[in-house]
Design a protein around this ligand. Structure first.
Ligand code: FO1
Length: 313
C-alpha cells in the first residue's frame, strides 16, 4: 500500500498516473485541508474535491478544479442578495458542498463524508483528510494583514507580499482516522509534486503526522514541484522564500531534507542531481515530470515506485 501526501492539482495528476501502475485500492491519499473554507454556510474542501473530480474524470479540463460542463446559475442568483463572487461555486459542485455540509452538521466526520463523496463518484483510491479538525492555513502579509489562504490566492490573486505562512491550526490538530496507521504500514510514502508550503507542510505540521513520518519504516520519496527554477502551476515560487527556501529542485529537497530518502526531479534539472545527492545524501532520479498527459504521469509514478523499491532493500 502506498501513501501519497497530497495537495490539489499536482497531486491529482500524480495520483492518476499512480493508479495506472498500481491498483487504486492500494493507494491512500492523505490530503491537505488547509485550503478549506466556509462560504454561503457551506464547507468547501478544494483539494479533496479536486482530487475526487480528477480521479473520477469529471474535473473541468480548463480550470483543473471544479466540475466539467459546469454552470453558475446559483452564483448569479446569489449576487441579487449582494453576495460577492470572488470565490464562485458552480451548480454541479454545489451538490458536493451541500451534501458534505448537511452530513457535517449531522455530526458525521469529514473523513466519513469524504469517503461517501469518493464512493459516489466511483473513486477507489482511499482519500483521507489530514485531519478532521478545521485547520486553515493563514497568510500573514507584509502590509500586516491576516488572510485566509483563499483570500490571498483567489480574492487577491496572490499579489500581496507574504511575510509568513501560519500553520498554527494544523499544529493544534489531530491526525484524521487511519492516517497514522497508513503511514506506518505503507510500502512507501510519496510526496506529490504539490506546493511544499501550503499543501505538504500543512499535512506534516499536524503533530502526530509529522512524528509518524519520522518513525515509519517506509521509504519517503518525493517529486519536485519546481522545474527549471520555476513553478509548474500555482504559487510555490511566491511562498518558498517565506520559509527561506530557494525556488529550485535543490531548494525544495533541502526543505524536505529531514524527511526524504529519495527525490525525483525533471530532465531539465539533471545538472542538480549530483549536488542534491552529495549535499543531502538523498538518492535522486531524473525523468520527465511534466504530467501533461496521463502516460507521462504513469511513467513518472513507475520511476517513483522503482526508487522506493530500491530504497527498501
Ligand atoms: N479558484 C479560483 O481561482 N477562483 C474561484 O472562484 C475558485 C472557486 C473554487 C470553488 C471550489 C473549489 O473546489 C475550488 C475553487 N477554486 C477557485 C480553486 C482553489 O481556490 C485553488 O486553486 C486551490 O485551493 C489551490 O490548490
Amino acid at each position: 500500500m502506498y501513501v501519497v501526501l497530497a495537495g490539489g492539482v499536482g497531486a491529482a495528476r500524480f495520483l492518476k498516473g499512480l493508479v495506472r501502475v498500481v491498483p487504486p485500492e492500494e493507494v491512500v491519499a492523505v490530503v491537505n485541508v488547509g485550503d478549506d473554507l466556509w462560504l454561503h454556510g457551506l464547507r468547501i474542501c478544494p483539494d479533496l474535491d479536486s482530487i475526487t473530480y480528477h480521479l473520477a474524470g469529471v474535473v473541468d479540463p480548463d480550470r483543473q478544479w471544479g466540475r466539467a460542463e459546469e454552470s453558475e446559475v446559483v452564483a448569479g442568483e446569489l449576487e441579487r442578495f449582494g453576495a460577492d463572487r470572488w470565490f464562485t461555486l458552480g451548480d454541479r459542485d454545489l451538490a458536493t458542498h451541500l451534501h458534505r455540509t448537511e452530513r457535517l452538521r449531522g455530526g458525521v466526520s469529514l473523513s466519513t463524508v469524504t469517503a461517501e463523496v469518493a464512493e459516489a463518484f466511483g473513486v477507489a483510491v482511499r482519500l483521507l483528510p489530514a485531519t478532521d479538525d478545521e485547520a486553515e492555513t493563514r497568510i500573514l502579509t507584509a502590509d500586516g494583514r491576516d488572510l485566509h489562504f483563499q483570500e490571498y490566492w483567489v480574492r487577491e490573486r496572490g499579489r500581496p507580499e507574504v511575510a509568513e505562512v501560519s500553520l498554527a491550526d494544523a499544529r493544534r490538530a489531530q491526525a484524521g482516522p487511519g492516517v497514522v496507521e497508513a503511514i506506518l504500514d505503507a510500502d512507501a510514502v510519496l510526496l506529490a509534486p504539490s506546493n511544499p508550503v501550503v499543501s505538504v507542510d500543512p499535512v506534516r505540521a499536524v503533530p502526530d503526522i509529522g512524528a509518524t513520518l519520522q518513525q515509519t519504516p517506509a521509504p519517503v520519496v518525493g517529486v519536485s514541484p519546481i522545474v527549471g527554477g520555476a513553478v509548474v502551476r500555482g504559487m510555490a515560487d511566491r511562498l518558498l522564500p517565506s520559509v527561506g527556501a530557494e525556488v529550485s529542485a535543490l531548494g525544495v529537497a533541502r526543505h524536505y531534507a529531514d524527511l526524504l530518502d529519495g527525490w525525483v526531479i525533471d530532465d531539465r534539472d539533471a545538472d542538480l542531481r549530483v549536488g542534491i545527492e552529495e549535499e543531502l545524501g538523498i538518492e535522486t532520479r531524473v525523468t520527465d515530470t511534466m504530467m501533461d498527459d496521463p502516460e507521462v504521469a504513469g511513467a513518472l509514478a513507475a520511476t517513483v515506485l522503482e526508487l522506493a523499491a530500491e530504497l527498501r532493500r
